[in-house]
Design a protein around this ligand. Structure first.
Ligand code: 13P
Length: 261
C-alpha cells in the first residue's frame, strides 16, 4: 500500500485573460469574496495587469490571493509594455507563467518560461507554470514526451528549496476554451506524467509537495469529477472564473490530496 504523506492544500485559480475592466474586475472580485469561498481551498484571481492593483485592494483582509497572467523575466529595462516580477511583488502574490496562449500567440519558448520562473521565484511570487499538449501532439502519441520536456525545461537549474512555492498547471491546449475537457482519467494520467517529470529535476519531497492543477473548460458541471482524481490538486479556470457563482461552485468541488511519502 502507498504511504500517505502530508496534504497538498487544493488551489483554484481564475485566469480572467483579456476580460474585465478595472471597475468590473473589482466588482467580480467583491462578488467572489461575498459568495463565501470554502475554507481549506486556496483561491487565486488573475485579472488583466491593469486591474491587479485594484483587485488586490478589493480582497485585502480575505484569504483570496491575486496574481498576474504574465511578466517579463528581467527586473527592469527598455521593454515597452512589459511588467516585471519585482513590480508585481509589491501588489500581487502569484503569477501565471508559460500559458499556452502566450506560448502559441506570443512566441514564448521553454527558455523564456524558465527565465520567467526563476525571476518569479526570486521575487517571492508563487508561480503557476502551465504545460500541456496540442491535439495533434496527443493524437500522434506525443503528449507524455511533450509534457515531460516542458516541465524539465521550465525547471532547469532550479533547486528544490527555491521551488517551494511552485504550482504547475496541466492545460491540454485542445481543452482550453473549447468546452471539451480532458476526461478525469486523461487529466490524472497527464498530471502523473508531469509529477514524474518534476522528480527528474527536483528531489522527491519537492516533487511530491508541488501542487498540480488541471485547466481546460473546467465548469461547475465537471469540476467535482476532475478534482476528485488522484493527483489533481485544483483547477486553473478560464471562462467559468468570470462568473462568481460558477467559480465558487468549482472551488467547493476541490478535495485535499495526500502526498505519497
Ligand atoms: P477555459 O477554462 O476557458 O477553457 O480556459 C482555461 C485556461 O486557459 C485557464 O488558464
Amino acid at each position: 500500500m502507498r504511504e500517505i504523506g502530508p496534504e497538498r492544500r487544493p488551489l483554484v485559480a481564475g485566469n480572467w485573460k483579456m476580460h474585465t475592466t478595472p471597475q468590473s474586475a473589482v466588482e467580480l472580485a467583491r462578488a467572489i469574496v461575498r459568495a463565501e469561498p470554502p475554507d481549506g481551498v486556496g483561491l487565486v484571481l488573475c485579472p488583466p495587469a491593469i486591474a491587479v492593483t485594484d483587485v488586490a485592494r478589493a480582497v485585502v483582509g480575505t484569504s483570496v490571493q491575486v496574481g498576474a497572467q504574465n511578466m517579463h523575466w528581467l527586473d527592469s529595462g527598455a521593454f515597452t509594455g512589459e511588467i516585471s516580477a519585482p513590480m508585481l511583488a509589491g501588489v500581487a502574490e502569484v503569477v501565471i507563467v508559460g500559458h499556452s496562449e502566450r506560448r502559441a500567440d506570443f512566441g514564448e519558448t521553454d527558455e523564456m518560461v524558465n527565465r520567467k520562473l526563476r525571476a518569479a521565484l526570486a521575487a517571492g511570487l508563487m508561480p503557476i507554470v502551465c504545460v500541456g499538449e496540442t491535439e495533434s501532439v496527443r493524437d500522434a502519441g506525443g503528449a507524455r514526451a511533450l509534457i515531460t520536456a516542458q516541465v524539465e525545461a521550465a525547471l532547469a537549474g532550479i533547486d528544490s528549496t527555491d521551488a517551494e512555492p511552485l504550482v504547475l498547471a496541466y492545460e491540454p491546449v485542445w481543452a482550453i476554451g473549447t468546452g471539451r475537457t480532458a476526461t478525469p482519467e486523461q487529466a490524472a494520467e497527464a498530471i502523473g506524467w508531469a509529477r514524474e517529470a518534476l522528480s527528474h529535476t527536483l528531489d522527491a519531497p519537492a516533487a511530491q509537495r508541488t501542487r498540480i492543477l488541471y485547466g481546460g473548460s473546467v465548469s461547475p458541471a465537471n469540476a467535482r469529477e476532475l478534482l476528485a482524481q488522484d493527483g489533481v490538486d485544483g483547477a486553473l479556470v478560464g471562462g467559468a472564473s468570470l462568473k462568481a457563482a460558477d467559480f465558487i461552485a468549482i472551488a467547493r468541488s476541490a478535495v485535499p490530496k495526500q502526498t505519497s511519502a
